[in-house]
Each structure stands twice: as structure tokens, then as C-alpha cells.
Design a protein around this ligand. Structure first.
Ligand SMILES: [Mg+2]
Length: 204
């Protein structure tokens, strides 16, 4: 994908890092007459019919989730400051977008990134991100950084490529207090300006 092997590598997630996924998904569900309640850090267990206390069956939630990626993920708002931070960091580092998204979402996702001035190489992954991240990190000689909102991905990278600087970022203020976190293992910074400075201090 044309990495400059002499430069540091920055691997950045999309949903809840560069884009306000839960907000966009919530609006998409409202258009379908459903409610997305942000009362825990979950996806399929947060979808309700209005007025009901039991969430939709998880397999139905999964259908709406896949539909959102196919039809609606272009409507998501960008996380404040993310594009500006990447632009500054890209002057010194390779920026690669590493997103877990179903295959049919590739075009919509690439268009969304382009529209919000984040037109960097895009890698779609499924499952824990450690193995994919480790493969890319091996291609550069400089230091590497991994940014994600999910502990499962951060732990996976810690295992597969322990030398990588890891940062947890949770962009949606409603999710920040709910997101599982382990600052002793992965630094947690929810503000893009502050995160950019910490990354610069770590790799430049
Ligand atoms: Mg994410």
C-alpha cells in the first residue's frame, strides 16, 4: 500500500475514534422506528422498540447493524479534531485506517473518509486486529502507534505486536464513562488534540 518504511506508522480505527458511530447508528435506527439507548457499552443489546424494556433479539440487531454499514454509514459525523490531528501527524508518519467493517461497507467507508478529508490507505479487518496490525508494523522500521476504542483490539495488538504504542480513544461523550478501560495497559485519551500531542511525543 505504499508505506514509507523509514517513517513511523499510525494505525487508526474509524468507529468511535474518527467517526461518531453510535450517534449515526442511533439516527439510522430512529428512521426505522426503533430506539438506540446508550445505557451500556454494547451494540446489539441497546436496540429497543419504543416503550419496551427488553432489547430486540440480538440476531435482529445484527441485521440492522449490517444494514447500517451497507446503507447508512455515510451519514456519520466525524469526531471533533480527528481529521486535523491526522493531517498534522501525516506530515511525519504513515497514516493507515484499520477498520472492522463488513466487506460491502468498503466503498461507503472510503467515500466517507474522503468526504471528511481523511483519504488515507484503508484496510478492512474482521476479528481482533493484532495479527493484521503486526503484519503492517513489520513493514516499517520506525515506531508504530495503534488507536482504538475497544479493549479487545487493544489487547490483541498488545499480544501480537507488544512494541506498538497503544492509545484508547472513545469519541462519543455519552460512551466515555461506560467504556471498559485499562489505562495501566493502554493509555486512554478521549480528546484528539491531546492525543495528537501524546502521539507526537511517543514517536517523533
Ligand atoms: Mg471502533
Amino acid at each position: 500500500m505504499g508505506l514509507d518504511t523509514r517513517r513511523p506508522l499510525l494505525l487508526v480505527d474509524v468507529d468511535e475514534v474518527l467517526g461518531l458511530f453510535m450517534q449515526g447508528f442511533g439516527r439510522f435506527l430512529e428512521d426505522r422506528g426503533l430506539e438506540f439507548r446508550v445505557d451500556r457499552f454494547a451494540l446489539f443489546q441497546n436496540i429497543y422498540r419504543p416503550g419496551e424494556d427488553q432489547h430486540l433479539p440480538v440476531d435482529q440487531g445484527k441485521i440492522h447493524f449490517d444494514d447500517f454499514f451497507r446503507l447508512g454509514c455515510g451519514d456519520m459525523e466525524p469526531a471533533p479534531g480527528g481529521a486535523e490531528a491526522l493531517r498534522a501527524l501525516s506530515e511525519h508518519a504513515n497514516v493507515v485506517i484499520l477498520t472492522n467493517a463488513p466487506g460491502p461497507a468498503r466503498m461507503a467507508r472510503a467515500r466517507w473518509l474522503g468526504r471528511h478529508r481523511m483519504d488515507y490507505p484503508l484496510v478492512l479487518n474482521t476479528g481482533p486486529k493484532g495479527p493484521q496490525a503486526a503484519g503492517m508494523v513489520r513493514q516499517v522500521r520506525g515506531p508504530a502507534v495503534f488507536i482504538d476504542d475497544l479493549m479487545s483490539n487493544l489487547d490483541s495488538v498488545a499480544q501480537s505486536a507488544p512494541q506498538v504504542h497503544r492509545f484508547q480513544m472513545v469519541a462519543d461523550p455519552r460512551l466515555q464513562p461506560l467504556a471498559p478501560t485499562a489505562p495501566n495497559r493502554h493509555r486512554r485519551i478521549d480528546d484528539w488534540d491531546e492525543l495528537r500531542q501524546a502521539i507526537e511525543a511517543a514517536i517523533l
